[in-house]
Design a protein around this ligand. Sequence first.
Ligand SMILES: Nc1nc2c(c(=O)[nH]1)N[C@H]1C(S)=C(S)[C@@H](COP(=O)(O)O)O[C@H]1N2
Ligand SMILES: [Mo]
Length: 313
Amino acid sequence: MLIRRHFRSEPRSSEITPREVYLARRNFMRGGLALGAGLLLPGLAHAQNGNGLSFSPGPFSTDEPKTPWEDVTTYNNFYELGTGKSDPSRNAEMLRTEPWSVVVDGACANPGRYALEDFLKPWALEERIYRLRCVEGWSMVIPWVGFELNQVLKQAEPAGSARYVAFETILDPENLSGQRRPVLQWPYTEGLRLDEAMHPLTILAVGLYGEELPNQNGAPLRLVVPWKYGFKSIKSIVRITLAEDEPPTAWNQAQPNEYGFYSNVNPEVAHPRWSQRTERRIGEFRRRRTEMFNGYGDEVADLYAGMDLKKFF
Ligand SMILES: Nc1nc2c(c(=O)[nH]1)N[C@H]1C(S)=C(S)[C@@H](COP(=O)(O)O)O[C@H]1N2
Ligand SMILES: [Mo]
């Protein structure tokens, strides 16, 4: 994806060094033409090296301080790349993202199989700075670059019978060593109700901090659903399926009493093994109170009007 940048927010100086190092290393591994410039020019030289994304500021962004690039890209959950927090960044090269294609299928009039470039071409990219709250009790603020999922779904022309959307991560056990162990049912799957998937907060992300997604964050394409626990935000998506029935989801299959289909962030509903009332923002020491719907209640509470959210957790 070689898209020139028109806009980027100025990184704080503390973020520049690790990102410069990261980009220089990635260009080196890709054999990129911009290797010399990436290594030799100081400051924001990488703006010219082709990895920056072109995007405009989007709605719903929080003005809370962003979690530093270093934490966002080295403290990860991506079990295909290992179960430790630092495994995904260390094992990032196990994920092969070229070539990549995305299938849109199921209960819709306009299904398709797209090369990644063609899948992305119609949609203008926006920055969305969202809170992400992991069910484990930590949270981050991440400046995603992506576009609303509802555009893709509308293009697919969902059938009247479609009520859910199912998502699938790449299955590649030869390269992804995590998929050679039965920690979860592979490929990783997730799902949303159709109205949740159509909500303007729900995005497909292709980047963060203005750069293409690092592999450990779910390159080349991942879901971001900010009012739900982090595991709903499935990484490295290869299939999006319109469905009539509630689809199976990886964590619900693994531990149905711990991880429900909805998994809305809810301080009132404890995980069976720990409370969900507080969280630690990565980089902070004192725990903070967890907000209903991760603070996005004004936007999404209506989706659940009349539902017992203790039952539908
Ligand atoms: N395919 C896949 N997607 C996944 C996961 C995973 O293990 N595999 N982990 C989930 C969990 S538990 C969280 S908290 C977020 C973490 O996203 P981040 O590493 O970009 O912060 O990704 C989610 N998406
Ligand atoms: Mo998570």
